[in-house]
Design a protein around this ligand. Structure first.
Ligand SMILES: [Ca+2]
Ligand SMILES: [Ca+2]
Ligand SMILES: [Ca+2]
Length: 135
C-alpha cells in the first residue's frame, strides 16, 4: 500500500514537472513564432520561413557584422557591428526608399535577411516584412 502511494507521488511530481516545463517553454516559442510571422496572420509561410532563416544567420551573434559601406554608415558607435537599434535605422531608411522607388538593391546582410526570393532586390512585397520590423 505504501509503495503504491509512493509511486503515485512520483507520478504527480513528474506530471507537475512536465507542466511547469511546458509553461516555461511556451513564451519563448511564441516569441520566436511572432518574429517569424511577419504579417501576423498566424501562419508562417515559405517566404517568412526563408526570412527567418536568413535573419538567424545574419544575427547569430545577436547583431549583424558590418561588411559593406552601407552598413558602415549605420554603425553609429563604430564597433564593427550593427546592433538592434542600428539595424533598425538601416531597415527604416531602406523601407522608405522602397516605398518611393518601388524596390531597392540589396547592399547589406541586414537587407539580405529580407530578400526572401534571393534575387538581390527588395520588392514591395518583401518590404512589408521590413515595415513590421521597424514598427
Ligand atoms: Ca504569416
Ligand atoms: Ca555598432
Ligand atoms: Ca527579392
Amino acid at each position: 500500500m505504501q509503495r503504491t502511494f509512493f509511486l503515485f507521488l512520483v507520478m504527480v511530481f513528474v506530471c507537475l514537472y512536465c507542466a511547469v516545463t511546458a509553461i516555461l517553454a511556451a513564451p519563448a516559442k511564441s516569441e520566436k513564432f511572432r518574429h517569424a510571422d511577419k504579417n501576423a496572420d498566424g501562419v508562417i509561410d515559405a517566404k517568412e520561413l526563408k526570412m527567418e532563416k536568413n535573419w538567424e544567420k545574419t544575427y547569430r551573434h545577436g547583431k549583424a557584422k558590418v561588411n559593406t559601406p552601407l552598413e558602415h554608415k549605420y554603425d553609429a558607435n563604430g564597433d564593427g557591428w550593427l546592433d538592434e537599434a542600428e539595424s533598425k535605422e538601416l531597415v527604416k531608411d531602406r523601407f522608405e526608399l522602397i516605398k518611393t522607388n518601388g524596390k531597392a538593391k540589396v547592399d547589406s546582410a541586414v537587407e539580405q535577411a529580407y530578400d526572401a526570393n534571393n534575387d538581390g532586390i527588395l520588392d514591395q512585397d518583401e518590404a512589408q516584412a521590413m515595415k513590421e520590423a521597424v514598427q
